[in-house]
Write a protein that binds this ligand. Structure first.
Ligand code: NAD
Ligand code: WQD
Length: 343
């Protein structure tokens, strides 16, 4: 099997932040796209925007990945060649309060999906994993062979799904599976027509800063300035969402050669502190971001950044956009749509 233009890709969670950017990239590259999303953390307005940007139609099915009948209908009605699996719940804090909701959605959802894929003999899958599977990493940069671990139920679902998919591949080595471990995706499409649109108070740094800049929030809380880092604040590997989804295109190509299960970090390899991220955002928007230093957030690690060498060597992929560009694009989206897709 080879993945060529005009083949059809199923994007689960395609209305969400990363999935919508993925749809732009796929449609622009000539693929047909079917999106399955239950809109639990997104708006169908993102799909409208994707079609506006690309001037191409896609098929949107509003439904749940845990719904076997819904999946069966999709695989019956469309000749799906590969699945890019973004659908999942991702709020770390909520996952500690509602662990069963996370295990049900992320685990059962993935199990139903691979069952439906098996029935349809569609065995090419790219899974949205996370650097969270490295738990409390003991050395930087993080390579794919580092020890894994989980510090919260969300992270455990990612780790468990990885294990399930490895077992699946061991049992049936005709599968083609890519586990992509994202570092910290930020930024937005260059048009500013799609971007990250958190439902509630943002959990993550960049969308929080963006909402302060646009006047939706008074000030940022910086979670700790006593880490063993140059300025005392946490260091992360922020990666532009467009670079990230281009990594998925490369992963799809990589799976064409032969059946395999592959694991790749998607990060830039550069770490920036919270205060450096604030300064970069200030440069992009020309607005001072008020902040206060508060206590550390439980579960946070001091430093996390990728060794992206494996993705470069095997996928021929590396990130192109720097932190300033990530902030400029995030600001374009936030300033054009101060209230996200509800604007
Ligand atoms: P998102 O919440 O914006 O997108 C996820 C989408 O999946 C949403 O549109 C949501 O409505 C949908 N969804 C959730 N459960 C579903 C279900 N049961 N059936 C159908 N649709 C469902 O999140 P995102 O930032 O785009 O993340 C996409 C994937 O990448 C997730 O699996 C997430 O865990 C993973 N990831 C994200 C980050 C990050 O920082 N954004 C980092 C690492 C990994
Ligand atoms: C970045 C830095 C915070 C918010 C999380 C998940 C991880 C992955 C990506 C999905 C840290 C600091 C943050 C704020 C702050 N998601 N911060 N004030 O924690 O690296 O990763 O998102 O897989 O699993 O854990 O990202 O953006 O929340 O935090 O000071 O209001 O910003 O302490 O140093 P994180 P983040």
């Amino acid at each position: 099997m080879s993945i060529q233009q005009k083949q059809t890709i199923l994007v689960t969670g395609g209305c969400g932040y990363i999935g919508s950017h993925m749809c732009v990239e796929l449609l622009s590259a000539g693929y047909d796209v079917v999106v399955l999303d239950n809109l639990s953390n997104s708006s169908a307005a993102s799909i409208e925007a994707v079609q506006r940007i690309t001037q191409k139609p896609l098929t949107f099915v509003q439904g749940d990945i845990r719904d076997a009948n819904c999946l069966q209908a999709i695989f019956t009605n469309h000749d799906i060649q590969a699945v890019l699996h973004f659908a999942g719940l991702k709020a770390v804090g909520e996952s500690t309060e509602l662990p069963v909701k996370y295990y049900d959605n992320n685990m059962n959802g993935t199990l139903r999906l691979v069952e439906a894929m098996t029935t349809a003999s569609c065995k090419t899958l790219v899974f949205s994993s996370s650097a969270t599977v490295y738990g409390l990493p003991d050395k930087m940069p993080i390579t794919e062979d580092a020890d894994t671990g989980a510090t919260n139920p969300y992270g455990r679902t990612k780790l468990m799904v990885e294990e399930v998919l490895k077992d699946l591949y061991t049992a049936d080595p005709t599968w083609r599976i890519s586990l992509l471990r994202y570092f910290n995706p930020v930024g937005a499409h260059a048009t500013g027509e799609i971007g990250e649109d958190p439902n509630d108070i943002p959990n993550n740094l960049m969308p929080f800063i963006a909402q302060v800049a646009v006047g939706r929030r008074d000030k940022l809380s910086v979670y700790g300035d006593d880490y063993p880092t140059p300025d005392g604040t946490g260091v992360r590997d922020y990666i532009h969402v467009v670079d990230l989804v281009r990594g998925h295109m490369k992963a799809l190509e990589f799976l064409q050669d032969e059946p395999k299960l592959a694991i790749h970090n998607l990060g830039t390899g550069n770490g920036y502190s919270v205060l450096e991220a604030v300064q970069a955002f200030e440069r992009a928007c020309g607005i001072t971001i008020p902040y206060q230093i508060t206590g550390r957030r439980p579960g946070d690690v001091a430093v996390s950044y990728a060794d992206p060498t494996k993705a470069k060597e095997e996928l021929g992929w590396e990130a192109q956009y720097n932190l300033d560009r990530m902030c400029e694009d995030a600001w374009r989206w936030q300033s054009q749509y101060p209230n996200g897709f509800n604007t």
